[in-house]
Design a binder for this molecule. Structure first.
Ligand SMILES: [Zn+2]
Length: 306
């Protein structure tokens, strides 16, 4: 899919060049009536391009009927293969698994590999070093190009979130220890116990207590990815909704434009929920359902405007 995105970006560059050419060379020689018509065509294309400047896919609603032929003509003249508008519009889900490695991690990886799906594991350093088995699972995540390891702190705030977020310097230290001890290749992180966003475009603390720590983390170069939907479980690790119910919720999120970024949904799951056979089957059902619904899947590192 990165190939399609690269092609789309290349196409956008070409269209952009075409616009520059029209503005600099064609419009000065056209009559007023034609100039006005070009002006509105260019406005339509510019809005679409600026909307996509950070890699977000085309929103077909932003491309006017008037602008479409102009885009098609510009692309056609380049004689390069360009993806269809439909392909560019496909909705994307980011499967993210928190708190591993733990008892559920191997089963999660097994299902994802069978379905050939990418995913991001927000890992906890003390869990990685917790046993040989967990260290091996961490190595397996690193070796698989479909998987991505991301920072969920070394000690997971020792599960004392109030104290953790009251002391931003200590929060930074927990993230930095994870980062340095494992030499992670990216600085994508997720705050423990709080849905917090710090990307180029998004600054949001669903729980306000994480604000100061998140600001400090961002100033130190971390990108924080929260989530749009969580598959929750009760205290007995039983999932609170079925795969079909969760798939419906996901569909509604997209339809009602409730995600942080239109057409992109970050789904939060936890490895430890996928230990018993009922829950493992539910995860398999969810994968089958979402795949059948035609969604694209990406690693968190490919989220727009990180
Ligand atoms: Zn966590």
């Amino acid at each position: 899919m990165r190939t399609i995105q690269s092609a789309a970006n290349a196409a956008l560059t070409v269209v952009s060049n075409k616009i520059n050419y029209l503005v600099e060379h064609v419009l000065p020689h056209k009559g007023y009536g034609k100039r006005k018509k070009y002006f509105w065509i260019i406005c339509g294309i510019s809005v679409a391009i600026s909307y996509n400047s950070c890699g977000i896919h085309f929103n077909k609603n932003l491309i006017t009927a008037e602008a479409k032929p102009a885009i098609a003509a510009a692309m056609d003249s380049t004689k390069i293969a360009t993806p269809s508008i439909k392909a560019l519009n496909q909705k994307t889900i980011y499967l993210t698994f928190d708190d591993g490695p733990n008892r559920g991690t191997a089963k999660v990886m097994n299902l994802l590999q069978k379905a050939n799906l990418p995913a991001t594991f927000f890992l906890v350093g003390s869990h990685i070093h917790g046993s040989q088995k967990q260290w091996g699972e961490y190595q397996a995540i690193l070796k698989n190009p479909a998987f991505e390891a991301a920072n969920h702190t070394y000690f997971h705030a020792k599960n004392r979130y109030v104290q953790f977020y009251k002391n931003p310097a200590a929060a930074l230290e927990d993230f930095q220890l994870m980062q340095d001890s494992l030499q992670l290749s990216t600085k994508i992180g997720r705050t423990p116990g709080c849905n917090t966003w710090r990307t180029t475009d998004i600054t949001e603390d669903v729980d306000r207590r994480s604000r100061k720590a998140a600001d400090l983390l961002k100033s130190e170069g971390f990108t924080l990815l929260g989530w749009d939907v969580e598959w929750k479980a009760n205290g007995k690790q039983q999932l609170k909704s079925t795969a079909a119910e969760l798939a419906k919720e996901i569909e509604k999120q997209f339809a009602e434009r409730l995600n942080k970024t239109d057409d992109h949904l970050v789904l939060l799951l936890h490895d430890q929920h996928f230990v018993d056979s009922t829950n493992v089957q539910a995860l398999e059902d969810l994968i089958v359902e979402l795949t059948a619904d035609g969604y694209r899947f990406e690693k968190a590192g490919n989220y727009p405007c990180l």
